[in-house]
Design a binder for this molecule. Structure first.
Ligand code: SF4
Length: 378
């Protein structure tokens, strides 16, 4: 097709979209100023044309047809494909093998495209692949707050099933300091509008974003906003940033101080304790999170989630440090893994060798994480 810039893939997707086809509507992030986020920092934002996105869909559809109708076409002679087509081929093949159930629209804020254009893409996607069960996208609250209810409903009718919003926090003070470019009121408005349009909503909360100083405010303000939104999912994420990054660099006389794992567990506990009369499901579905067992429905499992956090908080300091080390070194997934003698022995040996104590555990683990980041392991 004339002028077609070729098939494109963006850099990231939510972990819950691991099996989804990735379809790029825009490049990078139209905001790109959050102090904690480096994903798109060196890359300027741009919109892709609807024609190019439609061409991507048609290219994928062509490969899917080929793979379905020609056994053995998985062995296509790849050198004959251009690099863009090669990416499209692998995307099509992986998606077909995964059952072709869901599509994730990239990059950071797809709904910043004109609503009519988003709807045109959704419609073409559904026409080409009627078997799709779910189409999802990241979006900024500030963007959704600007979209009319009518347009959001049209997007839902065209097949947009779920929106992932990086809420991070609902403390206006912290939102300003981290340059999120949105207020608590806009976060609430965007969340309520999304749900009222009949679109499922995942809200991401950044544990530790308030630092030590505003941990309590972050937990309480965020719980208050979530109580008003009642999202389908509340997903916790753990900050992993270089020591050189002061998240409050725009604030006068205020520096972000890295909270310990204990402070972060107390923050999550306070947040969950203050979630009331909502039906959200809590997920801790990222490998960096300390407590993977914080997973359940608020209506049915709130007490279990609270008990798991209290269990960690109330561990004797030596055992708590042992769990932190075991989790961060991949020996433990859940608190119950400490009951597995072989793993416990390995972690205790690491603690002995590295001279890790309850007093220095957070500093030692942070040094390990900083080194991993320097070596580009995450
Ligand atoms: S809006 Fe999202 S993608 Fe953009 S800078 Fe902020 S956190 Fe990063």
């Amino acid at each position: 097709m004339e002028g077609y810039a070729g098939f494109e893939l963006g850099p990231i997707r939510p972990p819950s979209e691991a099996g989804s086809l990735l379809l790029r509507l825009t490049r990078n992030c139209p905001w790109n100023r959050c102090t904690f986020c480096s994903v798109y920092k060196k890359h300027p934002f741009s919109l892709r044309s609807v024609a190019d996105v439609i061409q991507d869909i048609d290219t994928l559809a062509g490969f899917i047809d080929l793979l379905k109708n020609k056994p053995g076409s998985a062995e296509l002679n790849l050198p004959e494909l251009s690099s863009g087509d090669e990416q499209a081929f692998y995307s099509a093949r992986n998606w077909l093998q995964g059952g072709m159930e869901s599509v994730f629209l990239q990059d950071a804020d797809s709904l910043v495209m004109k609503p009519d254009q988003v709807i045109a893409v959704l419609t073409h996607l559904r026409e080409c692949f009627p078997e799709i069960k779910r189409i999802t996208s990241y979006a900024r609250s500030a963007t959704i707050a600007r979209i009319s209810e009518d347009h959001l409903q049209q997007m839902a009718a065209a097949g947009l099933n779920r929106i992932h919003i990086g809420l991070e926090t609902a403390s206006d003070r912290v939102l300003q300091m981290i340059k999120k470019g949105v207020s608590k009121a806009q976060q609430i408005e965007a969340g309520i509008k999304t749900r009222q349009a009949g679109i499922e909503l995942s809200e991401y909360v950044l544990i530790g974003i308030g630092g030590r100083e505003f941990s309590r405010e972050h937990a309480l303000e965020t719980a208050d906003a979530l109580n008003q939104i009642n999202p389908d999912f509340i997903r916790f994420r753990t900050l992993r940033i270089p020591d050189s990054n002061d998240l409050f660099s725009g604030a006068e006389d205020c520096h972000w101080q890295r909270p310990s794992d204990l402070v972060q567990a107390e923050e999550i506990l306070l947040l969950i304790q203050n979630l009331d009369n909502i039906t959200s499901r809590i997920k801790s579905d990222h490998m960096f999170n300390l407590l993977q067992e914080i997973d359940g429905s608020l209506q049915q499992d709130k007490e279990r989630l609270i008990a798991a956090l209290q269990k960690f908080i109330n561990l004797p300091p030596q055992e708590r440090a042992c769990f932190q080390v075991g989790k961060r070194t991949g020996h433990f997934l859940n608190l119950s893994d400490m009951q597995i003698p072989s793993r416990l022995t390995q972690v205790e040996e690491i603690c002995r060798q590295q001279q890790i104590t309850p007093e220095n555990v957070d500093a030692k683990l942070n040094a390990l994480i900083q080194e991993q980041m320097r070596r580009g392991m995450f």
